[in-house]
Design a protein around this ligand. Structure first.
Ligand code: ADP
Length: 431
């Protein structure tokens, strides 16, 4: 049966009951009693209806299902109906809020920035990555026009021209960003930002490396070619000059070989294809070997001494650590004039094991120190060339130490000498 008919039947029955009762009273006690009783009962019913109506009015101020009043008669059906409606709405509101929270959480984990703008490019919402990329603050900048927030001419042109099928590359706040606007829905727009700073920097480092390497290799090649041309043009050169030329060509050949070897070492250290091979090795034995090689390389021109007080077993790549320590010791010998002294020391510092090489050599001005580990950086190019330096040695040391969770400390005073220390953390002592 139609539910509205069911609503009217009990209401009609109640009215019939009241007027039947009044008629009975009229019959037994006269018309006044009957009419008064009928009037009193209808008034009571009207008051009751008004009471439930006012309860409904109060409830509508803050409609929550658990606060819905209990009704009687027809009101019971009305309240039950309202309860169902309100309960369904609360449920879908809760589901929507949960979904929105999950969506925002997911957006916060995105590696790219996302900003949502309305049809006139006013900022509606953005994730923290977009805040970082574009220098925005959602709380402060909400409902502001994006072109007033990101004041970059290239970006403003991109928006004005509206060629959104192509991304825009631009530099903003020291970052290289790739931006793309995607229109969606009700003429809204999504702005996606991607940070390419690391990639651009790596590309630049690679380009600089190739340029520097070519430049460094060109010098010895030019020298060798020059002597070869002389040899071809003047086949009757005397034996002594010829030998002198050959010696110089050999020197330049060796320089090229050192350069290529150092470049390969550096490339291998940086490559992901060469993960660190950790093994247990005896540090005093390794350092002892380096000490003897240093004495041989110095050939008695310096006083080379060794202080051995550090731990025995290390866990890392013995080959790499030998290369790093050897580079430091070779530099000390190269940049210390004859008669100077060089001390190798193996200690257990507070932070962890420490290998230091102290020399009484030419020293380095403070302004050069932070740049010494950059590839091809040399304080005095001609001096380093004389000692067959490549400018890559300290870069290699830095990389090897980084791979072993260590770092290089440099202390130096021009004219007095330097101390280069390879500092490891205690983790190198654990397998
Ligand atoms: P190189 O092969 O030219 O020595 P490195 O990367 O090993 O290249 O060192 C970079 C620069 O640091 C050197 O060219 C030199 O100027 C300076 N240097 C390194 N070690 C010492 C040292 N013990 N004393 C003085 N200068 C040094």
């Amino acid at each position: 049966m139609n539910p509205h008919v069911l609503f009217w039947i009990p209401a009609a029955l109640r009215l019939v009951l009241i007027w039947t009762g009044s008629a009975v009273l009229w019959y037994f006690f006269g018309p006044i009693v009957g009419l008064l009783a009928g009037l009193a009962l209808t008034t009571a019913m009207t008051v009751m209806q008004l009471y439930y109506l006012s309860a409904l009015d109060i409830w509508l101020d803050s409609p929550r299902s658990d606060r819905l009043p209990d009704g009687w008669g027809a009101w019971h059906a009305v309240y039950a109906h309202l309860y169902r409606l309100n309960h369904d709405e609360e449920k879908s509101k809760k589901e929507l809020t949960e979904w929105l929270t999950r969506f925002r959480e997911a957006m916060n984990f995105l590696p790219d920035g996302v900003a949502i703008m309305d049809n006139v490019l006013f900022l509606e919402w953005c994730n923290p990555v977009a805040e970082k990329h574009l220098g925005l603050d959602l709380e402060r900048d909400k409902d502001m026009r994006i072109t007033n927030l990101v004041r970059v001419p290239a970006f403003i042109d991109y928006i004005i021209l509206g060629r959104y099928d192509e991304p825009l590359e631009m530099k903003f706040n020291d970052r290289y960003l790739v931006l793309q606007i995607v229109p969606f829905g009700n003429r809204r727009q999504i702005l996606v930002t991607h940070d390419r700073t690391d990639l651009v920097r790596t590309e630049k480092i690679r380009r600089d490396f190739v340029a520097n390497a070519s430049h460094e290799l060109r010098t010895p090649l030019t020298v060798i070619n020059g002597f070869l041309e002389v040899a071809l043009a003047q086949p009757d050169l005397d034996r002594e000059t010829r030998l002198a030329h050959l010696r110089m060509m050999k020197e330049q050949g060796q320089r090229m070989q050192s350069l290529v070897e150092d470049m390969l070492t550096l490339t291998n250290l940086e490559s992901n294809d060469y993960p660190l091979k950790r093994e247990a090795f005896d540090a005093p034995e390794l350092i002892g070997g380096i000490f003897h090689a240093a004495q041989a390389l110095s050939g008695g021109r310096h006083t080379v001494s060794l202080e051995m007080d550090g731990p025995q077993t290390l866990y890392g790549s013995a080959d790499e650590i030998r290369t790093a320590f050897t580079n430091l010791v070779t530099n000390a010998i190269r940049y210390t004039p004859d008669g100077g002294s060089i001390t190798l020391s193996w200690k257990n510092a507070e932070e962890g094991p420490r290998f230091s090489v102290t020399d009484t050599g030419i020293g380095i001005e403070a302004k050069h120190i932070p740049r010494l580990t950059q590839r091809f950086y040399q304080v005095d190019k001609s001096r380093s060339r004389q000692v067959n330096g490549t400018g890559l040695g300290l870069s290699i040391v830095r990389h090897i130490l980084l791979r072993h969770e260590g770092h290089l400390d440099i202390a130096s005073e021009p004219g007095k000498g330097s101390t280069f220390s390879a500092q490891f953390s205690r983790r190198i002592l654990v397998p």
